[in-house]
Write a protein that binds this ligand. Structure first.
Ligand SMILES: Cc1cc2nc3c(=O)[nH]c(=O)nc-3n(C[C@H](O)[C@H](O)[C@H](O)COP(=O)(O)OP(=O)(O)OC[C@H]3O[C@@H](n4cnc5c(N)ncnc54)[C@H](O)[C@@H]3O)c2cc1C
Length: 533
């Protein structure tokens, strides 16, 4: 008997964390479930590989998991009892500046205050008021705005206005919907470096600081600034945990089974076609891959209404992606700026080079033209500081990321192959320039992953876009990925969308998968045994 002969209640396309979480909930609800994955292993953006040397574990994609403790999925699926263990670095982030000074963000906000106060007492005070205020509505906002199908921005601002937000809050106002993160920071803070540190946090969350309208969710984003978790043993362990939960509940995950077509009969998705044969879906098919692939490649054109096809064609992707360098090191980098703030040597994530809001503008303007940065600005991380299991004893892994264009002005995406080595070397040199000990044998070996590499390996990250759709007011909430598809249902009966193309966006949040589950539960009268938000 073949492995697909009986079919499954639900067939899920793609074994990233969203697809697997949805599968796990449905399997625990008693459905038969199959997750089909085109790559050789499950996990999607939860990828950990020994790309430099054996026993050096590098997270190729998601490295920072910022919703641990906030996403209900961790508890519902008991992921921490299934082999996932997180570290919460006490020095979360830092910035090193050209004059040898440094800023640090700690889980202990008093220490963050002290670090900010060395640059501006006024800003440090503002920061603490902001932090306290956001703490008051953080859970509410994350859970109602992220872990529920999207509401309309107009409804949200109307609700805030009738709640009297202008009188009750110093930082949250209806006007944020027209402001950029940079506008917000200029309004409330005075010191360039503090602003750059806070904008850096936005930028690594794919909130480009100068896009108008993104300030609306920025206070909530700031509320997560001390919640960046590191998955011990590599991010891929989260994928294993999800796999275990699915299998325990009777579900199946099939790597190396790419879906080639969603089969539609009489306007209803009835299964999928794969190289291993047809897989029947008794109740539904859920796609965790991007909307373009789903509607332009997996569905035959005759099954896609014209209006849907036009809207999908117009989906926009981020104009900046990431160039990555993974390093195997003989020890830990020591910063020159440690003379100013010794805690910088223990900062998990470090901004090297962004010193003002103008730096971000300059950076993203060049990227939009397809140009490599003239002044190299990096975000770097040393996971081994907080996870000694990711490298042999006494050794360390390192990660450099640079915002970069997908298509180079000179030669397009394929041109990355020719420049990767030289550009990678420039990145390593730049990191070394702010350290005291990088020359002379600290670095054993390094390997690059270019924007083009990302898009080849992860075909759903179109144009290397790790958020699977631009983070822009036109592509958020009720507009993500299109107005029609924003509620996780599609015009094809029995076909749902459950991946990062959906609200709220990419990142390891589980929110698209969880929200799709809520919609499926409503449509199929499933008993909602999980914690209701
Ligand atoms: C360089 C980089 C750095 C990142 N850093 C972070 C970070 O630090 N923190 C963070 O939270 N996020 C980060 N991300 C983003 C994060 O990895 C993604 O947003 C997230 O993994 C999306 O999850 P998903 O489950 O929706 O999709 P994915 O994880 O992409 O899973 C989708 C799966 O579908 C599979 N697939 C595609 N087409 C088919 C098909 N036809 N048939 C079957 N299977 C198919 C893919 O192979 C993939 O396994 C990063 C991404 C990149 C590329």
């Amino acid at each position: 008997m073949g492995m697909f002969d009986n079919g499954f209640d639900a067939v899920i396309i793609g074994a990233g964390h969203n697809g697997m979480a949805l599968a796990a909930y449905l399997a625990k609800s008693g459905w038969s479930v199959a997750v089909l994955e085109r790559r050789t292993e499950e996990g999607g953006g939860l990828s950990t590989e020994e790309v430099t040397e054996p026993n050096f574990l590098h997270n190729l994609h998601s490295n920072y998991h910022s919703l641990v403790g906030l996403s209900p999925v961790y508890d519902d699926l008991q992921l921490l009892d299934n082999g996932v263990d997180y570290a919460l670095p006490d020095v979360q982030m830092g910035s090193v500046f050209s004059d040898g000074t440094a800023l640090t963000i700690h889980t202990d906000m008093r220490k963050t205050y002290e670090s900010f106060a060395r640059f501006s007492k006024q800003d440090a005070d503002t920061w603490m008021r902001l932090w306290d205020e956001v703490g008051g509505y953080m859970d509410l906002m994350v859970r109602t705005l992220m872990f529920a199908p999207p509401i309309r921005l107009n409804d949200l601002t109307r609700a805030l206005a009738s709640w009297g937000v202008e009188e009750r809050s110093e930082f949250l106002t209806a006007r944020l919907r027209t402001m950029s993160v940079a506008d917000f920071l200029d309004k409330h803070f005075e010191n360039d470096r503090i602003k750059a540190m806070l904008a850096f946090h936005a930028a690594i969350c794919a909130y480009q600081p100068h896009i108008k309208g993104l300030a609306v969710s920025y206070p909530v984003l700031l509320g997560k600034i001390s919640n960046w978790h590191l998955c011990r043993g590599g991010s891929h362990r989260l994928a294993h945990a999800l796999m275990r939960v699915i299998v325990k509940a009777g579900g199946r995950v099939f790597p190396q089974v790419p879906v080639e077509e969603v089969v539609v009969e009489n306007g209803r998705a009835v299964g999928v076609r794969t190289p291993d044969g047809f897989v029947k879906a008794h109740k539904l098919v859920a796609s965790s891959v991007d909307a373009n692939q789903t509607f332009e490649k997996l569905l035959r054109p005759e099954h896609v209404p014209e209006k849907t096809a036009v809207a999908v064609r117009e989906i926009q992707y981020q104009d900046a992606t990431l160039f990555n360098v993974h390093l195997a090191m003989n020890g830990f980098p020591r910063y020159r700026a440690a003379a100013f703030d010794p805690d910088i040597d223990r900062a998990w994530i470090v901004n090297v080079g962004y010193e003002s809001l103008a730096d971000f503008k300059d950076e993203f303007d060049r990227i939009r033209k397809g140009l490599l940065p003239k002044t190299l600005r990096l975000n770097v991380a040393v996971n081994s500081l907080y996870d000694p299991t990711d490298a042999p004893e006494g050794k360390a892994t390192g990660l450099i990321r640079v915002f970069a264009p997908f298509a180079l002005a000179d030669g397009g995406p394929e041109a990355w192959g020719a420049v990767a080595k030289e550009f990678g070397a420039r990145c390593v040199e730049r990191w070394a320039s702010v350290c005291t000990n990088m020359e002379g044998g600290l670095i054993r070996r390094w390997a690059t992953e270019t924007p083009h590499d990302i898009s080849q390996k992860m075909i759903n990250y179109r144009f290397g876009d790790w958020m699977v759709g631009r983070v822009h007011p036109k592509n958020l909430l009720e507009h993500r990925p299109t107005d029609e598809l924003s509620q996780y249902r599609t015009p094809i009966k029995g076909l749902y969308m459950c991946g990062a193309s959906q609200h709220p966006h990419g990142y390891i949040t589980f929110a698209p998968g969880y929200n799709c589950l809520s919609v499926i539960a409503d449509d199929f009268n499933l008993e909602k045994w999980w914690v209701q938000i």
